[in-house]
Design a protein around this ligand. Structure first.
Ligand code: 3H9
Length: 706
């Protein structure tokens, strides 16, 4: 056959006049420049090679092709572009068949759509998830998918980014056939042979008739546009996807492709793309804590939970949902019954919504056992304590665990701010103690802070990461300090919000500005949801040790003194009439704020939403940088993932540290210095930010250093 310089990334083998082209670019066969070049060359050569009748494209390893190489985005483009490669495949005069196993996502599916026929194995996952990266399918996907499966189905795939299985892909018309075995090469070859035997033509997706019903297509596009405008909360790429599909309907194929390219490049240039791709890599990087590289997790087959309150029950549900047997300990029978009831309430909620059957609930609860004696934990591999947040109570619990647990059991505390070093030092096996800070509701929230005390063994930390994987949570490694990563940073930006409230911004304006930035809720809505009493108790406890120079806003105390603890009491910063879950602004709260301003001698001034966000974010970024500087977080990206998964930070902004880089650290520092003129105690620039600005460096430059 014609000579083509083979690359390591794409292999060729001729089998009975069928050219097998295998993309072999671990870990996910991403379409980096080497793959694109080789694919283009291979198709070109196959077309001119008299020994080749047809081509089958497959992927090596666990996937067909995971998509474009995301690492190339934001760098100068290297030819050939993926759309050119797809066009080359489609234009081939010999049949090209994509045989898909595992993931065929984004550019991977676009390659398959450019092929003339598609076969999928049962384990295939197909999708166009570009929207989750702030992009649109930019290699013909917005033009070919609607022609193949119709505008509505294509829009659904592209706007949701969801993956579909082989059966659904067949039903949609995305693939032509499902393989019967799990041998992708065998299935691909057999299908090509069948096509050759039937003298099947080189059928091109660009000519497919999925948009033939123009009225229905137009209606689907308009419905999508209305829906996206309503729901996509400032996201850039969803509307571009709709525009691209409209081009597919209205323009000839090649013009539509050009239009798609322009829209793709706009998305590529947007800061949202940078934020979302940062989030994609960051959530994978957090898994690579130093301990997980070197130590093997301990066995994790049975778990004990101490405490059946909201947190303990939520943790127990998370464990049960992961298939683990759970032993719950409570101090007496009635507390244990309450713990069990708290768990059942979660499952009953699912049954009421039709998302679980009574039988499934019974099967899950069969793995639950309860006891009022710590001795029931004698064989547990891991115990998670979720009792009242008080050091002496926790130490008493750990003394019991020290007494009853088997050697090698991992002993975890779910404290949100207590000193885990001190807790660990109070027992005979400090190396087994780790912090597992769940977020409420623990069975739903994805974040798990793995708090690493000084004396902990590496394999205990590795076990905590393994647990997170089993629970499908996102673990972030944190050092010991008051509040660890998340709550420590929260305390600071929350204080900044309180300062602004006393200085003249209403809590409602602050919440609105924060929502417009992209958070689902503002800080005062969050306070009302969490319950004001908890924060109030902490403030009272800390009153004696508070730095008298530090500004202290008393508005929250005045509200709590009235018994207004938020949603659960019907009043907080907002009013919740008749159990409503969304609050309405409360003139009585505004009157309290007015009188507190007067008491504090503050003349209220107006804030723009933009200034509110500058201050709110500067406070968050500054403390985030401190957390990195003090090695509480390993890297800036650990702070980002904490906020993305635990605090509703808008994903398209990538997290507070990524956002700081996108604004420019020098700008953030200038803001902090400006604000420090009014309150130099609160606004002290983080030494890390000062250092990075002096060096002209970014926070991102530290992400790969750890
Ligand atoms: C696109 O295609 C644009 C086109 O329309 C137009 C272009 C013109 N590139 O997730 P895992 C890395 S946009 C580079 O743990 P799994 C990942 O960082 C793309 N690297 O594996 C990790 O690295 P490390 C549309 C990638 O088995 C390693 O691979 N496609 C890419 O759990 C393993 O990843 C997508 O959005 C990539 N495309 O899941 C699909 N993908 O080992 C994105 C992964 O150093 N990918 N990596 O930490 C996925 O959804 C999953 O990775 C996949 C495998 C399901 C494929």
């Amino acid at each position: 056959m014609t000579s083509v310089s083979p690359t390591l990334a794409v292999r060729r083998e001729l089998r009975n006049r069928i050219l097998v082209v295998t993309v072999d670019n671990p870990p996910v066969n991403a379409l980096g420049v080497a793959v694109r070049c080789a694919l283009s060359d291979v198709i070109e050569a196959a077309e001119h090679d008299a020994a080749v009748d047809a081509v089958v494209l497959i992927g090596a390893g666990r996937n067909f092709i995971g998509g474009a190489d995301i690492k190339e985005f934001g760098k100068p483009p290297l030819p050939p572009s993926l759309p050119v490669v797809c066009n080359r495949i489609e234009a081939c005069r010999k049949p090209v068949v994509a045989a898909i196993h595992g993931a065929a996502l984004g550019g991977g599916l676009e390659i398959a759509l450019a092929a003339h026929y598609r076969i999928a194995l049962a384990n295939a996952r197909l999708g166009l998830p570009e929207v989750t990266l702030g992009l649109l399918p930019g290699a013909g996907g917005t033009q070919r998918a609607p022609r193949l499966v119709g505008a509505q189905a294509a829009l659904d795939l592209m706007l949701s980014g969801r993956h579909v299985g082989a059966q659904e892909a067949l039903a949609l018309g995305l693939v032509d056939r499902i393989g019967e075995t799990d041998d992708v090469l065998h299935e691909g070859l057999a299908y090509v042979q069948a096509l050759l035997d039937a003298k099947a033509p080189t059928r091109r997706t660009r000519d497919a008739s999925g948009l033939a019903d123009r009225t229905a297509s137009r209606a689907a596009i308009e419905a999508a546009r209305v829906d996206v405008t309503k729901k996509s909360r400032g996201l850039f790429s969803p509307l571009k996807i709709v525009d691209a599909v409209q081009a597919a309907l209205e323009m000839p194929f090649d013009d539509g492709l050009n239009h798609e390219r322009q829209l793709f490049l706009q998305c590529l240039d947007s800061p949202q793309r940078a934020g979302l791709i940062h989030a994609f890599f960051a959530e994978r990087e957090v898994l690579k804590a130093p301990e997980t590289r070197h130590a093997k997790p301990r066995v994790l087959a049975s778990v004990g939970v101490i405490g059946g309150g909201t947190m303990g029950a939520g943790i127990a549900v998370a464990l049960l949902d992961a298939g683990l047997p759970v032993t719950m300990i409570e101090r007496d029978d009635s507390s244990l019954a309450r713990g069990r009831a708290n768990i059942e309430k979660v499952y009953d909620g699912l049954i009421a919504k039709g998302r679980m059957t009574a039988d499934a609930k019974a099967a899950v609860l069969a793995r639950w056992s309860g006891s009022t004696s710590y001795d029931a934990l004698a064989t547990a591999d891991l115990v998670i304590e979720a009792v009242f947040e008080d050091m002496s109570i926790k130490q008493a619990v750990f003394a019991e665990l020290d007494r009853v647990c088997k050697s090698g059991a991992v002993l975890a505390t779910n404290t949100s701010y207590l000193d885990i070093d001190a807790l660990a030092a109070s027992i005979s096996r400090p190396g087994d103690v780790v912090g597992l800070h769940f977020f409420s509701p623990a069975n739903i929230m994805k974040l798990l802070e793995v708090v690493v005390p000084a004396q902990v063994s590496a394999d205990v930390v590795a076990t905590a990461f393994e647990l997170a994987k089993k629970l499908r949570k996102v673990p972030v490694r944190a050092g010991v300090c008051d509040g660890f990563i998340g709550n420590r940073v929260l305390a600071i930006y929350r204080a900044a919000a309180d300062h602004m409230m006393e200085d003249g911004a209403s809590p409602y304006q602050i919440d609105r500005a924060v929502r417009e930035f992209g958070f689902p809720m503002g800080p005062f809505q969050v306070a009302d949801l969490a319950g004001g009493d908890i924060g109030w108790a902490t403030r009272k406890r800390r009153a004696a040790t508070r730095d008298p120079q530090q500004r202290y806003v008393q508005i929250a105390d005045r509200i709590c003194e009235r018994g207004w603890f938020g949603q659960k009491t019907g009043r907080g910063y907002y009013r919740y009439t008749d159990g409503a879950r969304t609050g309405t602004p409360d003139p009585d709260v505004e009157a309290i704020i007015d009188s507190e301003r007067e008491r504090a001698g503050v003349t209220p001034r107006a804030f723009s939403n933009e200034e509110i966000m500058r201050r709110y974010m500067a406070a968050m970024i500054n403390e985030g940088a401190n957390v990195v500087h003090q090695r509480i977080a390993l890297r800036p990206l650990d702070v980002d993932v904490t906020f993305l998964y635990g605090y509703g930070f808008p994903r398209h902004r990538g997290g507070p540290m990524q956002y700081a880089d996108s604004v420019g650290l020098a700008t953030v520092l200038a803001d902090i210095r400006e604000f420090a003129q009014e309150d130099p105690v609160f606004w002290q620039p983080s030494p890390l930010i000062v250092d990075l600005v002096e060096r002209g460096a970014t926070l991102a430059s530290l992400n790969h250093a750890a």
